[in-house]
Design a protein. Structure first.
Length: 390
C-alpha cells in the first residue's frame, strides 16, 4: 500500500513539475517561492491534524501540487548565486537542513512519553506552523524576480511544448551523461528508501529510538561534508567529487543485504558492554545503522552535486524549465520504484531489494567514472547557451 501510494504521488509530481517549469520562467519567482512553502505547510498540518486514513492518503497525493512551484523556487535561488561560488553557496543552503536535528532531538524526548503516533503528529503540526511562518517571510522579505520571455505568434500550448523541448535539448547538450546516470540512480534510490527503515525495524529489530538516531547522525555529519563538497566542486570539478561520493553507495546496499547475517560490526562482548553503560547505544555499531546512515548521507551529497552541476553548466534564462524537465525525468522513473520495492519486500525476500540496488549502484559508478558525466576544471568555464529559435 505504501509503495503504490508513493508511486502514484510521484507520477502526479512529474506532471506538475513539467507545468511548473514553464510557469517558473514566466511568472514572478518571488510569488512562486511563497506558494512553494505554503503548499508544503498545508501538507504537514493536514498529516498532523487529521486521523482519518483516507485524509492522510489524500494529503500524500496532494503534496504533488508542491512540485508546481519547486522549479521556479529553485530557479529563484540560483538567480541569486554567482556561478563562480555556486558550489559552496548551494551546499550552504542545503546544509541548513541540518538544523532539523533539533526536531529529531525533541522527538526523541517526547516519543517514549506519548507514543510514536502522537509524537509524529505533534512534530508534523509544529513543522507545519514553522513552514507557514517561513512562507510569510518569503512573501515579505524577498524581492520580485519577473522572468521576461520573448513573445511569439504561437499559441500557449504550442509555446509550452516548444519551450520545454528547447529546455530538454539544452539539458542533454549541456550536461552529457547526466540523464543516463539519473535513470539508474533514481530507480535505485526509490527502491532503497521505500523499504530501508521498515526493513531495519521489522527484520533487524531496530526500534523507533534507533531509527531516530539514524536520522540525527546523518544530519549531523552531512552539514560539514556538504560545505566541504561545495568547495571541492568549485576547485576540482563535479566529476571527481561524484566518483568519491557514489563509490560509497554500493557499500551501503551490501551492508543492508548482509545485515541479517552480521547484525553488528563489533564483537558481541562490546555490544553488551555498550548497552550496560548506555542502554541502546550499541545500535550505532549495528550493520543496518552504518549502512543506512552512509546511504542517506551520500544521497544528500549526491543530489547536492547534481544541483551544483546544473547551476554551473546552464544559463539563467531557462533555468526553471530545465530544472522541471530534469525532475520530471526523475519523478517518472521514481514513480515505479516504490511499488516494485513494496512488491519485492512483501511477496519475495526483503534482502533481494538491496541486492538489486547493489547491482544498479555498480552500473552507475562505472557510468560516472567512464562516461561524460559532469565536468572538470577546464570545463567549468564553458557555458552552453541556448540556441535561438524562430
Amino acid at each position: 500500500m505504501i509503495g503504490v501510494v508513493l508511486s502514484i504521488s510521484a507520477g502526479f509530481s512529474g506532471i506538475f513539475r513539467l507545468i511548473g517549469g514553464y510557469m517558473g520562467d514566466v511568472v514572478d519567482r518571488k510569488k512562486i517561492s511563497f506558494f512553494a512553502y505554503l503548499t508544503l505547510a498545508l501538507y504537514f498540518l493536514a498529516i498532523g491534524i487529521f486521523f482519518e486514513f483516507w485524509v492522510v492518503i489524500a494529503a500524500i497525493l496532494a503534496i504533488s501540487i508542491h512540485d508546481l512551484f519547486r522549479s521556479g523556487s529553485s530557479a529563484y535561488l540560483m538567480d541569486n548565486v554567482p556561478k563562480e561560488h555556486s558550489g559552496f553557496a548551494l551546499s550552504l543552503f542545503t546544509a541548513g537542513r541540518g538544523l532539523s536535528i533539533i526536531s529529531l532531538i525533541v522527538f526523541g524526548f517526547i516519543e517514549p512519553m506519548i507514543g510514536f503516533s502522537e509524537a509524529f503528529r505533534a512534530m508534523y503540526i509544529m513543522t507545519g506552523f514553522c513552514v507557514l511562518v517561513a512562507s510569510g517571510a518569503r512573501a515579505y522579505f524577498l524581492d520580485s524576480s519577473v522572468q521576461l520571455q520573448k513573445r511569439t505568434d504561437r499559441g500557449l500550448i504550442s509555446e509550452f511544448f516548444s519551450q520545454n523541448r528547447k529546455a530538454a535539448v539544452l539539458l542533454i547538450t549541456a550536461i552529457p551523461g547526466l540523464i543516463s546516470v539519473v535513470v539508474l540512480d533514481t530507480i535505485s534510490d526509490s527502491l532503497f528508501k521505500t523499504v530501508a527503515l521498515i526493513y531495519a525495524n521489522e527484520e533487524l529489530s531496530i526500534d523507533i529510538a534507533g531509527i531516530n538516531l539514524i536520522l540525527m547522525f546523518q544530519l549531523l555529519i552531512s552539514v560539514p561534508l556538504l560545505l566541504k563538497m561545495g568547495r571541492i566542486t568549485d576547485r576540482k570539478g563535479v566529476k571527481k567529487a561524484a566518483i568519491v561520493v557514489y563509490s560509497v553507495m554500493p557499500i551501503s546496499a551490501a551492508l543492508l543485504f548482509f545485515a541479517p547475517l552480521f547484525p553488528y560490526m563489533i564483537p558481541a562482548g562490546f555490544v553488551l558492554a555498550f548497552d550496560t553503560y548506555a542502554p541502546g547505544l550499541s545500535v550505532i555499531f549495528s550493520t543496518a545503522f552504518v549502512g543506512i546512515v552512509m546511504k542517506y548521507l551520500n544521497d544528500a551529497l549526491w543530489w547536492g552535486l547534481i544541483v551544483i552541476l546544473i547551476r554551473k553548466r546552464l544559463p539563467q534564462t531557462d533555468t526553471a524549465k530545465v530544472l522541471s524537465i530534469f525532475w520530471v525525468i526523475v519523478y517518472i522513473l521514481s514513480s515505479v520504484g516504490p511499488a516494485i520495492a513494496g512488491f519485492i519486500y512483501t511477496f519475495l525476500n526483503p534482502q533481494s531489494t538491496f541486492l538489486t540496488v547493489f547491482v544498479l549502484n555498480i552500473l552507475i559508478l562505472i557510468s560516472v567514472a567512464k562516461g561524460p558525466f559532469g565536468n572538470n576544471n577546464s570545463e567549468q568555464q564553458q557555458e552552453i547557451e541556448p540556441q535561438e529559435q524562430d
